[in-house]
Design a protein around this ligand. Sequence first.
Ligand SMILES: N[C@@H](CC=O)C(=O)O
Length: 354
Amino acid sequence: MKFNVVVVGSTGLVGQRLVSMLSKHQWFNLIGITASKDKANKKYKDVVKWSLENKMPENVEEMIVYDTNIENINNLKPDIVFTSLPTDISKDFDIQLVKQGYVVISHASNNRMDKDVPLLNPEVNADHINVLKLQANRWKGRLIKVPNCATSILTLALKPIYDNFGLRHVFVSTMQALSGAGINGVSSMAILDNIIPYIEHEEEKIENESLKILGELSNESIKPNESFYVSASVHRVNVLEGHLESVFLKTDNDVSVEEIKKSLIEFKENKIKNLNLPTKPSQPIIVRNEIDRPQPRLDRNEGNGMSIVVGRIRKDNRNWIKFNVLGHNTIRGAAGNGVLIGELVAKNYNDIIQ
Ligand SMILES: N[C@@H](CC=O)C(=O)O
């Protein structure tokens, strides 16, 4: 059986990636796409400023775009709704959808820290999906959140280190690609010959969401991890796709560079759930040994953009571990993770909606 899905907010960069991945997905039928009123009732190919490297899938070119409103979703009656809307719109629209009974996978930052809302990065915390049962007290439907892009990339790298060696402190300095700010996000006058050392709310998102993703699931809710903390500093750089993050961390016990490398290479997924999902990369973490990798242009498409690449793993003379991690921000960090979550939801659909 295939699940009927709708993409709400289909014309932005993340929306385009969702449309591209869902239009030819073995488990999903893309039955509807929405956008703002000015684009509604027109063909997708006529309203979207297609910005992906691959051609627009033929089966969506002629699709008629719906206005983003609840009546249109009710007419379509999808099993799963993927939303990629600005937060100020998403914070109301996501809730309208779950109140109506839909299963919603949302990319915006509203509600990400709610105790009964899973913030999923499936290889890291697929078991957090069980908290959805608690939402029965709030809504007819279910709300699942896709984390911030830099956070998804970071937490995938931290998971095996945390599991094997414990963590005390994590400092991260990010170099974030332009696509993270959306199609009209940063002007060329601002970013050419430049680096901008600020992205609104990004540092708090990385610091808080990481602890939730690496937190414990208890009967009551998801308890954010209290055994370590994350401190972040973010920068927008002149790169199209691929967030590079420079990580400094202290483990509970001293550990060698070789042990860290081994734990990253051997990591496959969250041990509690057996994730046999089509979008899951066979090797979620790739370790490079060259002194000058990872690099966005060379490494962002590993595992179809779903693998992260870690390199320059080293230690300083106070036993701090340092490394660089790169991930494709609009795939691993956004739409690809959204689709992977969709697959996890589809696999557990009956349990989720009881
Ligand atoms: N806020 C991020 C996008 C990912 O969620 C960015 O600005 O790069």
